[in-house]
Design a protein around this ligand. Sequence first.
Ligand SMILES: [Zn+2]
Length: 80
Amino acid sequence: MVTAPRFQEIRDWSPGYINVTPEHVTIMAECTACGATREFAREKLPSHLHFSLISEIEPHLKCSSCGAKAGKLRFGSYVA
Ligand SMILES: [Zn+2]
């Protein structure tokens, strides 16, 4: 049986700006309305947000499950 890697959040840490987030850090977008999470793809970010604060990006996140704009970005990595 293969166990899926688990996402472990770095508690109480934010890089501040998206462009200074280290490459090895995995970003997860979480919907605070319905709890859905999915991996956040930095390369899909619109170019005008490439050098933005995390707090400026979060209002643009729209949940693909429930449609709410209640996204929160979490930073961490996958652990086996
Ligand atoms: Zn949602």
